[in-house]
Design a protein around this ligand. Structure first.
Ligand code: ACO
Length: 488
């Protein structure tokens, strides 16, 4: 399909089953080990690893920025799927890593489209802490479902570099970007009408100082806001997902994925959903699956936020569900850390990279997205029952465990020196990065220079296979669009 070709929609042929058709992730090739970081920081042994639930933390040197991360992941997804840049009609970027108060990352990504001649690409950047990627995805899905759709794919990119000033928040950093191709007849369909949303004005984490990469953060408040938003979204989502005969509970979702600032909070979140189910159950004490929770009967949900005793009881009670429904989504959260907007979608990638294909067929995946400030929502994806489509969805991320183990683990002292370098050179112009780009993964884009007018130039490390095209995937993707256009 070319840019100039106006698709002819047949009456009653509006796109159905709109959702994620393919996706890929980029994370840095360097990381620091959290046990080593505990020792280096003088933190008590186990604080970052057991207390926060982190194993390693991905980070970038000065030769990567948000634009290069997004360039890397988009090119990788396009190479792997073989989709042409001409077949993209909308490009949305969700990020809170701001390099420019005017020029969007989306426009930087348009460099990749130049050779195709396609400049007819709607969409722009969306920002609110870790939530922008989810809003970008919702925008893309709405476009495909709308009268404005021109028959082409939408591309959604969620990416961030999460760095904190040295101190207790620093081990909850990370970096990464996820790119998602959105279209009709998708193997991961956004379930229509099933969305719980909560938005509120609060200063839990924000970035008022544009000279710095670091957030102003009230860690304890941010956790309280996260868990309260989770309650609100779950209440609304489950109201909508309930039927006359059955109230929605944890049993009605096969997988639950959460925004992951650190994975201990995710495990507590799953426990919190079970607490919601318990407290609204008409006769909770009579239900076998809530054993040991007698002391919580009659408590209001609000009164339990921050209650350590209730939290401990719920963690114990929800362990089985957590292992089955949430654990498979924790790989990248533990290994890379918080990727802000990309964190929730890193959870989805983890599920696709670690679960068996048969375990995913026809399942419901419930997602909770949280961005400080605050914006949050819960929604769900229905996985296809078509094994071939599912295989093609999983193919681009199948090598994630291998990519994780190919990373260079650097000493905390070197990590700290690189954080200092990023601090000192942030927004410097003219500037030539000094970070070692020979350590980047094949196919990675990097920042080559910033000129005296702050204009950034990017270069690419040679891809290992010349940017192989997945021809099988390409033909399926072409079919997905042509079917919905009625051109088949
Ligand atoms: N062994 C095992 N566990 C330990 C140890 C140890 N030696 N030491 C401490 N812990 C536990 C603590 O008990 C605590 O767990 P708990 O809350 O389950 O009891 C955990 O480790 C963390 O310890 P704290 O003392 O609470 O940590 P601190 O207050 O120093 O920092 C925080 C944690 C607030 C999360 C900080 O890292 C932060 O501000 N991060 C950024 C904000 C954030 O991520 N917010 C989440 C939502 S908003 C967002 O996504 C950005």
């Amino acid at each position: 399909m070319s840019v100039n070709q106006v698709p002819s929609f047949k009456a009653g042929k509006w796109p159905e089953n709109v959702g994620i058709v393919a996706l890929d992730i980029y994370f840095p090739s360097t990381c620091v080990n959290q046990t080593a970081l505990e020792t280096h920081d003088g933190a008590s042994g186990g604080k970052y690893t057991i207390g926060l639930g982190q194993l390693n933390m991905g980070f970038c040197s000065d030769c990567e920025d948000i634009n290069s991360l997004c360039l890397s992941v988009v090119q990788s997804l396009m190479d792997k799927t073989g989709v042409s840049y001409s077949d993209i009609g909308r490009l949305e970027v969700g990020t809170e890593t701001i390099l420019d108060k005017s020029k969007s990352t989306k426009t930087v990504l348009m460099q990749l489209f130049a050779a195709s001649g396609n400049s007819a690409v709607e969409g722009i950047d969306t920002t609110n802490a870790c939530y922008g990627g989810t809003q970008a995805l919702f925008n893309a899905v709405s476009w495909v479902e709308s009268s404005s759709w021109d028959g082409r794919f939408a591309l959604v990119v969620a990416g961030d570099i999460a760095v904190y000033a040295s101190g207790p928040a620093r081990p909850t950093g990370g970096a990464g970007a996820v790119a998602m191709l959105v279209g009709p007849n998708a193997p991961l369909v956004l379930e229509r009408g099933l969305r719980g949303v909560h938005m509120e004005h609060v200063y839990d984490f924000y970035k008022p100082n544009l000279e710095s990469e670091y957030a102003v953060v009230d860690g304890k408040l941010s956790i309280q806001c996260y868990l309260t938003a989770l309650d609100k979204c779950y209440q609304l989502y489950s109201q909508r997902a309930s039927t006359n005969d059955k109230t929605f509970t944890l049993d009605d979702g096969d997988f639950f994925i959460f925004h992951s600032p650190f994975t201990k909070l995710v495990i507590k979140s799953l426990a919190r959903l079970k607490l919601n189910d318990f407290l609204r159950s008409p006769s909770p004490e009579a239900t076998g699956c809530y054993a040991g929770l007698e002391s919580v009967v009659g408590r209001s949900l609000e009164s339990t936020v921050g209650d350590r005793d209730v939290e401990k009881l719920m963690l114990k009670n929800s362990n089985v569900e957590c292992q089955a429904k949430t654990e498979p989504s924790l790989l990248l959260g533990r290994e890379v850390g918080n990727m802000y907007t990309a964190s929730l979608y890193g959870g989805l990638v983890s599920l696709l990279a670690s679960a068996k294909r048969d375990a995913l067929v026809d399942k419901r995946v419930v997602l909770f997205s949280y961005g400080s400030g605050l914006a949050s929502s819960m929604y769900s994806l229905k996985v296809t029952s078509n094994l071939e489509d599912l295989f093609r969805l999983m193919a681009p991320v199948a090598d994630v465990p291998q990519r994780l183990s190919n990373r260079e683990v650097v000493e905390p002292a070197k990590f700290e020196a690189i954080m200092k370098l990023r601090e000192d050179t942030h927004h410097l112009a003219p500037y030539t990065p000094v970070g070692d780009n020979s350590k980047l993964f094949p196919g990675t884009y990097y920042l080559a220079s910033v000129d005296d007018k702050y204009r950034r130039v990017y270069k690419r490390v040679a891809p290992s296979n010349g940017g192989a095209v997945g021809s099988g995937l390409k033909s399926t993707l072409a079919q997905i669009v042509s079917l919905s256009n009625g051109t088949d």
